[in-house]
Design a protein around this ligand. Structure first.
Ligand code: ATP
Ligand code: MG
Length: 346
């Protein structure tokens, strides 16, 4: 294992700046002394776009590639037209670095005011496909501006793309104690894509005899996320279904302030990118109200991805202990970051 980490940091907009600062604080505190951490910060996001019109210039993309991982805060501001930063920056990065696994763990943490408090332990991971489905930009508008306007947004599903994410999900399920994998799709209506997903899911499954499998339509899955979340271990799903399901998962398991994610290129050919699920939250930016825990848990995912399992597990355990100890007194972004940095170091 390499004992140095070259980390690219994109703080981004709004609370992104505030939470990333706490994530770095905890990362520095948890790393053993002999691990050299080099960080390089990238000024990308709404402010940069307003100043220069740039979203993600090619030179910066090339420079980002030269890192072991990327830590992202949040990108977006209501002053930027919808889609500009999403397509020009976030999706551009995801496609360029082939982040085909979008990983979003959900755990029921203590003292979080979730509607599921007091339920048996909830601990599942959603593996969302990251480069295909309706996100490829394949579509268009015809007869624009006329009463007969037509808009298409084509969902692209390749056997190659589906198989590689399904295989990744089987690997993850096989490595967990329960070894259960659920495919979520909508193959009673989306018959072309849905049947291909199911066929590939079954084919790859033959190579993982120890993994128990299940299939749910996405609408049924939303019900079970709320009524029987303990039935899930690993879930694999399409890009758009995964987007919606993981926000729901965040809401029912402790709130958006705790939801972490990784945009992963499992081959290691490109750096993977870790970020909180939440956005830039302009409504609370600058108030110190942002909870940095989601970013700190994203740092744990980053460390695990780079092979620092002990440090990743320590962050997760200390987050749980910190939440356990919360007594309802409001703490600022900085105070939570300081408390967690002290815990992981001590
Ligand atoms: P995006 O389109 O960028 O995902 P969004 O519209 O989903 O943005 P968020 O920025 O995620 O919105 O914010 C949604 C709500 O959650 C806001 O009210 C915001 O204040 C709150 N929120 C988001 N992140 C946090 C956080 N880390 N701590 C506390 N509250 C948060
Ligand atoms: Mg959002």
């Amino acid at each position: 294992m390499s004992r140095s980490i070259r980390l690219a940091v994109i703080p981004g907009d709004g609370i992104g700046q505030e939470v990333v600062a706490q994530g770095l604080k905890v990362l520095t505190a948890v790393l053993p002394q002999d691990v050299k951490l080099e960080t390089k910060e990238y000024d990308l996001g709404a402010k940069r776009w307003h100043a220069t019109g740039d979203t993600l210039p090619d030179e910066e993309l090339a420079s980002l590639k030269n890192h072991d991982a990327i830590l992202l805060g949040a990108i977006g501001d209501p002053s930027v037209p919808s889609g500009v930063l999403e397509r020009g920056l976030l999706l551009k990065l995801r496609f360029a670095f082939d982040h085909f696994v979008n990983l979003r763990p959900s755990k029921l943490f203590p003292n979080t005011g979730t509607p599921l408090a007091g339920r048996p332990e909830i601990d599942f991971v959603v593996v969302r496909e990251g480069t295909e489905g309706p996100y490829t930009g394949n579509g268009g508008s015809l007869r624009t501006g006329t009463p007969a306007e037509v808009a298409t947004e084509v969902s692209v599903n390749t056997a190659y793309g589906v198989e590689r994410v399904v295989r990744d999900a089987y690997e993850r399920a096989n490595a967990r104690p329960r070894k259960k994998l659920t495919l979520v799709h909508k193959n009673n209506v989306l018959v072309y894509a849905g049947h291909m997903w199911k066929k590939i899911f079954d084919k790859v499954g033959a190579e993982y005899p120890e993994v128990t499998t299940d299939y749910l339509h996405v609408d049924a899955a939303t019900i079970f996320f709320v009524t029987q979340p303990e039935r899930f271990d690993v879930i694999v799903t399409d890009n758009l279904f995964g987007d919606i399901l993981t926000d729901l998962a965040a809401a029912v398991t402790g709130g958006i302030g705790l939801a972490a994610s990784g945009n992963i290129n499992p081959t290691g050919e490109f750096p993977s990118m870790f970020e909180p699920v939440h956005g830039s939250a302009p409504d609370i930016a600058g108030t110190g109200k942002a909870d940095p825990t989601a970013t700190i848990l994203s740092v744990a995912l980053l460390l695990r991805h780079l092979g620092y399992e002990t440090e990743a597990a320590r962050i997760e355990a200390e987050v749980a202990a910190d939440l356990e100890a919360r007594d309802g007194t409001a703490r600022s972004t900085d105070e939570i970051g300081d408390a967690l940095a002290a815990r992981v170091a001590g």
